[in-house]
Ligand binder design. Structure first.
Ligand code: ADP
Ligand code: MG
Length: 341
């Protein structure tokens, strides 16, 4: 067997670098939704409106009333590794925003037709930037930003083939917004699909109200409040009563410092808390937020930031487990009917 011929090493063109990087961040329309809503929240939006066509494949449009992007910075926002959210490695230790990698807009723009329409309070006009042509011109808009993402994966048919039906993609998009909406009750959300309003969650100061609006009154009724502090750690939210357990683990929501995450430590801690009250394969339901010193958690583990790493996983596990156990043992839970199967 002869070795493969030696080939020269070349630097890839920028466009291709972005398209390769996009593979990590943009898997489907819901990934675009997640990134754009992250940006809207980081910009201080109080209302976020989504307009989707064909499950988000033909169009994901996210409109916010946040701080906007200055005219001069619109082209910069589309560059790779360009961000207003961190400036040094030190900032990364205490990152309080959803974004910080400066990748999303560049990545999305490399696999779609993206435009940015934005206006800041300081400027008397809005500006529209078309990513493909680079054309930048005055336009009309109140303070805030509208990002339009059209024809996702139009230039990468291999990716496009992996997309599911419009209704499945839409469901993923709605799920992505739910994760944000549950963490940010003070922000109003609306989702339109093909001109129809599919979800609307009005801003409310009460987290329980948002929970009922998003997950249904049943979730609230079949759960108990969790609120537990241990030093700088706080765990709060709702833990479902054993009776509310389901066959599927599709109602297990966790956030770390307001960011939706899927984490083994948290999931295992929750499962252990239900060990003595849940039998068989049934999955508990819960919606729990962990507040922790940002220096104690690494959010830069995965490009999508859905995974985190805790500096002291054992401490987090213990606190989450105790928080749930304690809530389930509280009088209100005791009065509720317990299932004995
Ligand atoms: P990151 O969010 O990691 O900084 P992005 O590529 O998502 O990277 O966005 C790049 C920059 O564009 C952001 O840092 C922010 O300054 C600006 N930006 C993006 N979306 C918005 C928005 N909706 N409102 C205001 N600024 C935005
Ligand atoms: Mg971002």
């Amino acid at each position: 067997l002869s070795p493969p011929p030696r080939r020269p090493i070349r630097e890839l063109p920028d466009e291709l670098i972005s398209q390769i990087a996009a593979g990590e961040v943009v898997e489907r329309p819901a990934s675009v939704v997640r990134e754009l809503v992250d940006n809207a929240l980081d910009a201080g939006a109080t209302q976020v409106t989504l307009r989707l066509l064909a499950g988000g494949v033909r169009l994901v449009c996210v409109e916010d009333d946040g701080c906007g992007i200055a005219r001069a910075e619109l082209p910069v926002a589309l560059k790779r590794h360009a961000t207003s959210k961190i400036a040094s490695l030190g900032d990364l230790e205490s990152v309080g925003t959803m974004g910080f990698r400066g990748e999303a807009l560049a990545a999305i723009a490399s696999v779609s037709e993206l435009s940015l329409l934005s206006r800041t309070a300081e400027e008397s006009s809005a500006y529209l930037l078309d990513a493909r042509s680079g054309e930048l011109r005055p336009a009309a808009r109140s303070v805030g930003t509208t990002v339009e993402v059209k024809e996702l994966f139009f230039s990468t048919p291999a990716r496009r083939k992996f997309l599911k039906t419009d209704s499945t993609e839409l469901a993923h998009c709605v799920e992505a917004v739910r994760r944000h909406a549950l963490a940010r009750p003070e922000v109003g959300f609306a989702i339109w699909h093909e001109g129809r309003l599919v979800e609307q969650w009005r801003a409310t100061p009460r987290w329980e109200q948002r929970l009922a609006d998003v997950l249904g009154a049943d979730f609230l009724e079949a759960s108990v409040a969790v609120d537990w502090r241990a030093g700088p750690l706080r765990v709060w939210g709702r833990a479902g009563l054993p009776d509310a357990a389901r066959a599927r683990g599709d109602q297990q929501w966790t956030w770390v410092n307001g960011r939706y995450v899927r984490d083994k430590v948290l999931a295992h801690a929750a499962r252990s808390a239900y060990e003595d009250v849940l039998h068989g394969q049934r999955q508990p339901v819960y919606a729990l937020s962990l507040e922790i010193d940002p220096a104690q958690v690494d959010v830069n583990v995965h490009p999508t930031k859905i995974e985190v790493r805790f500096r002291d996983g054992r401490a987090v596990h213990q606190v989450v487990r105790h928080a749930i156990e304690n809530a389930l043992a509280a009088p209100r839970a005791g009065q509720a009917p317990q299932s004995q199967q």
